[in-house]
Design a protein around this ligand. Structure first.
Ligand code: SF4
Length: 325
């Protein structure tokens, strides 16, 4: 069994702002600190606009940072030398949300899968590359004869499997799964999650698994981080989060998960949230969640709650976590 104590990725006070004109900035990620241990899956959850995708992309250097640090195996992701960067882009891959948009429709499956192999010079012999691509297709549950076909011939689930094969082609150790199942039919979602779990065990992968609701990350995540308007609201083990959530926002997200039993679902108390998520261009003062939190006080409106460790390994950013039902 993997010893999940070695830190692979360390994020310190990371900020990513996007200029939106001369005087406005969108604070997509606004001072987040966390780490990801080797072999674990960190689920990252929140509504759209909470900064989870920007956070994932900034962590792997797809976006430059505004401030803070991202350290991968002791190296600053945004200050790597050319050779360190080359090594990093091999070891770290991303699987995108939309398998329709992220795979080039003009390319054959073989060329899509082999792109990274060529880019990193891992193999040069055409026959060996073909054999490797065939093996990868079988690994992700597809027929090796698909290599000569174009992606438009495949379903969403099959395309996402091709996207996974492409990511695996360079033998990475860390994969950012950026809402990999959100665009897929419910019936296919579990298959892709099961595949990702199987691959993690076989290849000792580390995942950052981004999703917009908590039901999707429940089984795959070792720990879950809940984000709201560019900041972390709560982070703890998956088991603890579902058993004993402490942040009012986490409780709202959990109450929104449908329960398969219609009687239990009908009796369930769903916590309603006021209004829409505010704009990250103009986030609320104090606690980011205060405009939608029923427990908000004057203190919440003026003072930003720190992310505090309330129980071992369970961090919460709330002035009054004991108040939430
Ligand atoms: Fe609600 Fe206040 Fe806690 Fe923010 S700090 S979540 S507003 S109780």
């Amino acid at each position: 069994m993997e010893n999940k104590t070695e830190i692979l990725l360390e994020v310190k006070e990371l900020k990513k702002y996007f200029p939106m004109g001369r005087k406005t900035v969108l604070k997509a990620v606004d001072g987040v600190s966390f780490d990801i241990k080797k072999g674990e899956t960190l689920g990252v959850v929140g509504e759209s606009g909470c900064g989870k995708t920007t956070c994932g992309r900034t962590c792997i250097g797809l976006y430059d940072k505004t401030d803070g640090e991202v350290i991968y195996r002791g190296k600053d992701v945004h200050r790597m030398t050319k050779s360190e960067r080359q090594e990093f882009t091999k070891n770290v891959q991303i699987i995108f949300q939309d398998p329709y948009a992220s795979l080039d429709p003009k390319m054959k499956v073989l060329d899509i899968i082999a792109e990274g192999i060529y880019a990193h010079g891992l193999l040069t012999d055409r026959q060996k590359i073909k054999e490797k691509a065939e093996e990868l297709l079988e690994t992700v549950g597809l027929n090796k004869s698909f290599l000569t076909r174009y992606v438009h011939e495949f379903s969403g689930g099959q395309r996402q499997r091709i996207g996974i094969a492409r990511a695996l082609a360079v033998d990475p150790e860390f994969i950012v799964c950026d809402e990999p199942i959100s665009a897929l039919d419910v019936s296919v979602q579990a298959q892709i999650v099961n595949l990702l779990e199987k691959l993690q065990q076989e290849k000792h992968l580390t995942y950052m698994f981004i999703a917009h609701d908590l039901s999707m990350v429940k089984h795959i995540s070792d720990r879950v981080m809940v984000m709201y308007l560019g900041q972390i609201m709560e982070i703890t083990s998956s088991e603890e989060l579902y058993r004993c959530p402490m942040h009012p926002y986490t409780k709202v997200l959990l109450s929104a998960i449908p329960i398969p039993d219609p009687k239990v679902e009908a009796a369930k108390k769903r916590i309603r949230m006021e209004g829409e998520i505010p704009s990250p261009v103009n986030p609320p003062e104090g606690c980011r969640f205060q405009s939608r939190c029923k427990y908000a006080t004057e203190e919440c409106r003026t003072k930003t709650p720190m992310l505090r460790e309330l129980v071992e390994g369970h961090f919460v950013a709330c002035h009054y976590p004991e108040r939430a039902e």
